[in-house]
Design a protein around this ligand. Structure first.
Ligand code: FPP
Length: 274
């Protein structure tokens, strides 16, 4: 993959996201009312394709277009973090042709969008197991992380070969080594110390988790980070979702009363509405 020879333009001089094809513009929401971190389970590609009598890969291809539009929409509305469930640890069990098709799409998405994302100030992270992906995919995702490492406008976590149980297991394995070698004292361990062993230790708590496709499950996605996330389940199949649906979900979030299990008054950020 060829990487841009020039650095990103720098603070305040980023390439603006292209407008949506409808001309719709993002709602203006004060930063303190926005969800900081939105995570999305992009579900329904297969059913969308079946509705057209097409192969599932056609649904994933349309789904990748929806994903690109939603990244632009996240930037436009001012989100700080967006995490996308692109391929789960369980998805390896799908037919080889479908798995190969998703790998090819990921390659195409990075090849066609990475330069622009970099110029837009987007930082790309990979959250997931790094041992099973083909070498080419691993190299591309890691190159994307490296190229965009200093960008600060929006962090997009591509959750690829991701599963929360695998993430927690991998974290515990690393932690066990540190305990065995005396670097960590088990009784002194705090929640934030454990978070430090996750795939992306700096990933902030998820404020809003959206799932498309009508199912109401979390499906092993960012369980640690989503402990107090507000949940929105959309009927829309992922290929029909676009940035306007993201903005509607963000607006719905601003009307939620957030609670973190305490009395309310002492909780951090009790209402999304400020
Ligand atoms: C779920 O739909 C979606 C996936 C398993 C993969 C998500 C992939 C994309 C959005 C395409 C872009 C991805 C990359 C990696 C660039 P499903 O197939 O489970 O749909 P169904 O529930 O209708 O069968």
């Amino acid at each position: 993959m060829s990487l841009p020879a020039v650095p990103a333009p720098g603070p305040g001089r980023h390439l603006p996201p292209p407008a949506h094809s409808s001309g719709a513009r993002a709602p203006r929401i004060p930063p303190h009312r926005l969800p900081r971190h939105v995570a999305i389970i992009m579900d329904g590609n297969g059913r969308w394709a079946a509705g057209l009598g097409a192969a599932r890969t056609r649904g994933h291809r349309s789904g990748s277009r929806a994903m690109i539009d939603v990244v632009d929409g996240a930037l436009e509305v001012g989100l700080a973090q967006l995490s996308l469930y692109a391929f789960s640890t369980e998805n390896w069990g799908r037919p080889a042709a479908e798995v190969d098709g998703i790998m090819l799409l990921l390659h195409e998405v990075l090849r066609s969008n990475l330069r622009r994302w970099h110029e837009q100030g987007i930082r790309v992270l990979w959250s997931g197991r790094r041992t099973r992906a083909a070498a080419g995919i691993r190299t591309e995702l890691e190159a994307a992380e490296y190229l965009t490492r200093d960008n600060e406008l929006l962090t997009v976590a591509v959750c690829f070969d991701y599963g929360s149980r695998a993430e927690l297991l991998d974290a515990v394995r690393l932690l066990a080594v540190d305990v065995a070698t005396g670097r960590v004292e088990p009784v002194a361990l705090q929640e934030e110390d454990l978070a430090g062993y996750l795939y992306q230790p700096d990933m902030s708590e998820i404020d809003l988790l959206v799932r498309t496709g009508g199912e109401q499950r979390i499906s092993n996605f960012l369980l640690w980070q989503a402990a107090y996330a507000e949940l929105i389940f959309e009927q829309t199949l992922w290929p029909d979702f676009d940035r306007r649906d993201l903005w509607r979900a963000v607006q719905a979030y601003t009307r939620r009363q957030r609670r973190f299990g305490g009395s309310g008054a002492g909780d951090p950020g009790v209402t999304a509405a400020g």
